[in-house]
Design a binder for this molecule. Structure first.
Ligand code: FAD
Ligand code: UDP
Length: 387
């Protein structure tokens, strides 16, 4: 199969699957996807919990959201979405608060009713230490947005646990992902398009890759096959960029997660899908109760499946989940990027391949863009004959 391929894709996550789908359907290319794991879907993979029948996400909770109309309509070819709207909570010193930080959180935390203007004035006073200064790390950015007391309650401990890194050494961009609202709107994402895929995430990948020209090799590490693939065949590589170069420049910093699953004897353990734990002393960062992602489904009423999540730095054998992206990491990534630019016929993409904190819609959007580039450059004159 490999020597007849027009295009080899390393990784069957959203980035790889999108390129494969476009290349096969739009250009009739013969595509081989090489996937190290025993399943398609990358980190968005979902499966049925054997004890409860509840759909769980093996690599952590995935909620689809996007402001991008093109990505939304592309994905809607393969699935429809429920109207699930994500509204997590955060526990601080034994009390549950609304997230993201909104007027309800501010009123509850300061124990009084505040109008939007009053709340703005209060927070502006508490953020005064940042006045006139451009924040250049996560802590400064958070203080400039919500002031020090809310930062210390909801962000500092959680972030330290989650990233195992001082918030002053983390990029401000991590926290810029979260909205801060002076209304009682407690939707976690502001995007116009959001929801859960009606039949689950894995079903999306089954449909995307259902084409006679797409072959998926599961349980195959590309590094073990690369020498048997003709050099002239273009490759899209979505694995970790540092692994591609054998870590020659050093290891990029990644954060991994440990997931601890339990089945509980109640039909509702916490009343919502996601409960974050802000206190540094609580070891887990959050508890996910998967049934709440699909309230429309007929799930058992006497049991539920919950997952405690613990974060730590990724070691050599761990799954790399989140790029830590300190200044040292950024410099190292640029060295790998320079090597990648000189690598003939290999296109690096996706979250691991570009060392970027991409959400699903961004991975799909980047893949659509890259396909457009490949279509008009590499494959402008039809298929590229393998050597
Ligand atoms: P991946 O899904 O990681 O796919 C890469 C694939 O490459 C993997 O399957 C891997 O096994 C394979 N691979 C790597 N090396 C090799 C090799 N040598 N040979 C063969 N195969 C290889 N996004 C959202 O939009 N909303 C969310 O709520 C959300 N929550 C998340 C929660 C967690 C805990 C995590 C980790 C991520 C979350 N994301 C979320 C991000 C989402 O997972 C990514 O945007 C998406 O997975 C990116 O797709 P990708 O194809 O780039 O990478
Ligand atoms: N964050 C926090 N407290 C929370 C939720 C988020 O401090 O209760 C911070 C934390 O640094 C996190 C970042 O905001 O990494 C982005 O949050 P998001 O929920 O997007 O993180 P994800 O779990 O998707 O990485």
């Amino acid at each position: 199969i490999l020597d007849k391929a027009d295009l080899v894709i390393v990784g069957a996550g959203f980035y790889g699957a999108t390129i494969a789908e476009r290349a096969a359907n739009e250009h009739g290319l013969k595509v081989v996807i090489v996937e190290r794991r025993g399943h398609i879907g990358g980190n968005a993979y979902s499966e049925t919990d054997p004890d409860t029948g509840i759909e769980v996400h093996r690599y952590g909770p995935h909620i689809f959201h996007t402001p991008n109309d093109a990505v939304w309509s592309y994905l809607n070819r393969f699935t429809s979405f429920t109207d699930y709207t994500h509204r997590p909570f955060s526990v601080f010193r034994g009390q549950a608060y609304s997230l993201p930080i909104n007027l309800a959180t501010i009123c509850q935390f300061f124990r009084r009713q505040l109008s939007p203007d009053e709340a703005r004035a209060l927070i502006a006073g508490q953020a005064a230490e940042m006045a006139g200064r451009e924040p250049d790390n996560l802590e400064e950015k958070a203080i400039s947005l919500i002031g020090r007391p809310l930062y210390e309650a909801f962000i500092r401990g959680y972030t330290k646990k989650q990233w195992q890194t001082d918030p002053r050494d983390l990029p401000a961009s991590i926290i810029s992902r979260l909205p801060v609202r002076y209304t009682f709107d407690n939707r976690y994402f502001s995007d116009p398009h959001q929801g859960m895929p009606l039949s689950g995430y894995t079903a999306i990948f089954d449909r995307m890759l259902d084409h006679e020209n797409i072959h998926v090799l599961l349980d195959c590490d590309w590094f073990e096959l690369r020498d048997s693939i003709p050099r002239a065949v273009p490759t899209v590589y979505t694995g970790p960029i540092d692994a591609y170069f054998g870590f020659s420049e050093g290891r990029l910093g990644w954060r991994t997660c440990d997931f601890s699953r339990s089945v509980v004897a109640t039909g509702d353990y916490q009343g919502t899908a996601m409960m974050n734990y802000a206190d540094e002393e609580t070891a887990h960062t959050r508890i996910v109760e998967y049934r709440h992602f699909h309230p429309e489904r007929d799930y058992p009423v006497d049991r539920s499946v919950i997952v405690h999540e613990y974060a730590r730095s990724a070691g050599a054998g761990d799954e790399p989940y989140y790029p830590i992206d300190t200044l040292a990491d950024k410099a190292l990534y640029l060295r790998y990027r320079a090597l990648a630019d000189r690598e003939p016929n290999v296109h690096f993409g996706g979250r691991l391949g570009t060392y970027r904190y991409l959400d699903m819609h961004q991975a799909i959007g980047a893949a659509l863009k890259e396909w457009e580039r490949l279509r008009t450059s590499e494959f402008a004159h039809g298929r590229k004959a393998p050597a």
